[in-house]
Design a protein around this ligand. Sequence first.
Ligand code: KDG
Ligand code: MG
Length: 408
Amino acid sequence: MKITNAKVFVGGPGKNYVTLKIETDQGVYGLGDATLNNRETLPAAYLQDYLIPCLIGMDPRRSEDIWQFFYRGAYFRRGPIAMAAFGAIDMALWDIKGKLANMPLYQLFGGKSRDGALVYAHATGADLPDLMESIAHYVDAGYKAVRVQCGIPGMPSASYAVPETPGASKHYITDFSGIRPKIEIWDTDCYMRYMPGALAEIRERFGPDLKLLHDVHHRLTPREAAQFAKAVEPVNLFWLEDPTPAEDQTALKLIRQHSTTPIAIGEVFNSLHDCQHLIEQELIDFIRVAVTYAGGITHVKRIVELAGMHHIRTGFHGAPSHSPLCMAAQAHLNAWAPNFGIQEYLVLGTPECDALFPSDHQMQDGLFHVSDAPGLGVDFDEAQAARYSYAPGSHPVVRLQDGTLWNY
Ligand code: KDG
Ligand code: MG
């Protein structure tokens, strides 16, 4: 069996999905996702210029050897661009494997460990009443877990992932009006003064059962993060995400020494080696990698298994930019993983998106039910894809009030 052709598509309805289609001499094809938010053309070029010319003629069933060939063969290993490109190939090869076996992917991993996988939605508000309304909306829709992000009084511009004014557009992460980022102004004092109390009010209003998550988005120093994690302990968060910039892994030790609030980290990690220290030292509770840019199913499965040995559960990244293909790959891992925690899930099901990526995966009552179709269980309509092209965009860049550049 041989790979005969591979094509890359960039575009989508309001998104820049990077989709790989690998074709074989037996008519079976596989689909993979290489979407890297705000840098989408780079994994596409890596695939087109370096990987696809080598891929043609390879046996698609040898997914492990193909992964090693590209990873070891690159010499300059790791990095989100390369790992997203390898990830797309790996995802497509697993899709082919599932189709050849006539089985959904979760069966190839070891079968289902659960029927529906818990997901969390994003509630957001320009202020606390606006956020309360947004949370109520998701609770009414059956969600059992909600990430809560709130505008902060005194903050000169919107804080992470919140609209400027109540009820305003929720397109707050990527702005597709061009490459030049919008500037947001961050004030740690305002945040530290306001957010713990706001989280306590949310808990008071929605009761003990709703799972509450909060994303600090790398904005605090280790000492501030330790103070914050300790202050919010009575709220009983499901997790506190990215309290500090993820590259300084020693920071997590200070947080652990001061608080038992569960910590989730890893959405910017792209390899097992980025996760290894935090997992082995048991400094986190949830690992947040994405199958797309952490090297595909083959590599992420290794991360999940290492995490499982250290009581760490999964909480895969599933931001608005994530393609239905990545979400499907993660859904199959979520159905199988003995140490599954939760899945970030932002409703992908617009009619345009469903037409581009038809599938039978279902969301019901806050649980994701993976379909039994062979492989990933998602198709790709090339005629629909022809309607879209790359649209330059950027998420904001953050400065402090005095102009100092800060972490987005
Ligand atoms: O591109 C950046 C987004 O993926 C990020 O802001 C999303 O933090 C995020 C999350 O938790 O989904
Ligand atoms: Mg995050």
